[in-house]
Design a protein around this ligand. Structure first.
Ligand code: BGC
Length: 280
């Protein structure tokens, strides 16, 4: 059985299924966003690495992506600020000419019992997790509509991947703001998918379960915490950021061309409600 520190992912050859595409990944300087940005670059896309505070790491990620022979650009922007999002899209269009793939990933937690939750904790989570995805999606859709399908690049006019969570359906005591933001992402994603499908713009979500990133470090960093976490994960290992990157590459590619308006759960079975594995 895997222990906290020896998860081995299957190795795979990565085909260049995103060659020539231009991608933006928000919140790409750590955790899931970092892995997704690297994964898209490995699959042949040019990538804008958005970050809000960690410039040095963002630049290292840019170098790593460039080593695949594609272009990469680090851009600082707070996705909850309209002017900063617009400046980021302008910089991307100036540098890369267009956008084909948006991974609206930036997200955070500000946990508190409901009666102790401050308005600031509530608003911060909503601003980044929900409004941030709206602002980025809006700018991406403007460009997808202006440009239409690039026949030599992809059969779709654009792809949006919203980073959700298992907590779009699993209630989470002590994290009501976070769970509410992810529940809302589902309706934002599906409504955009319905509106944009006639234009061949695909919109989907990925709902990660427990992934080994800084956001949930206390849940996996000690053997005791890890063992307790496994009560919630039938597949008996924590998810790695690369598990999410592989799902993102697939959803962004034409292999997923008939997939829109759906959520891909990448959670080792967490949403199979393992608490019911005996009786009920
Ligand atoms: C949260 C993590 C948590 C996971 C599973 C994610 O969306 O950000 O903190 O470990 O859901 O509960």
């Amino acid at each position: 059985m895997p222990t906290p520190h020896n998860t081995t992912l299957p190795s795979y050859a990565c085909p260049q299924i995103l060659a020539g595409q231009k991608a933006l990944v928000t919140g790409a300087s750590s955790g899931i966003g970092k892995a997704v940005a690297i994964g898209l670059g490995r699959a042949g896309a040019d990538v804008v690495v958005n970050y809000v505070s960690n410039e040095e790491t963002a630049r290292e990620i840019v170098s790593q992506i460039e080593s695949f022979g594609v272009k990469a650009l680090a851009f600082k922007a707070d996705v909850s600020k309209e002017a900063e999002v617009q400046a980021m899209f302008k910089a991307m269009l100036d540098a890369f000419g267009t956008i084909d793939i948006l991974v609206a990933n930036a997200g955070l937690q500000r946990d508190a019992p409901i009666d102790a939750m401050t308005l600031e904790q509530w608003n911060t989570v909503m601003a980044v997790n929900l409004t941030g995805q709206f602002l980025c999606a809006r700018e991406a859709v403007k460009e997808f509509k202006r440009r239409g399908v690039r026949e030599d690049i992809s059969v779709a006019a654009g792809k949006i991947i919203c980073m959700s969570s298992v907590h779009q359906i699993i209630p989470w005591a002590g994290h009501a703001n976070y769970a509410a933001s992810k529940g809302a992402i589902n309706m934002l994603m599906q409504s955009m998918a319905q509106e944009l499908a006639p234009l061949r713009i695909r919109v989907n979500s990925i709902a990660p379960g427990a992934i080994r990133t800084p956001i949930n470090r206390p849940a996996w960093e000690t053997p005791e915490a890890y063992a307790k976490l496994m009560d919630l994960v039938p597949y008996n290992r924590i998810g790695e950021p690369e598990d999410i990157a592989q799902a993102a590459v697939f959803l962004a590619s034409d292999m997923a061309d008939y997939i829109t308006g759906t959520t891909l759960f990448v959670d080792g079975g967490m949403t199979c409600y393992p608490g019911f594995d005996e009786g009920g």
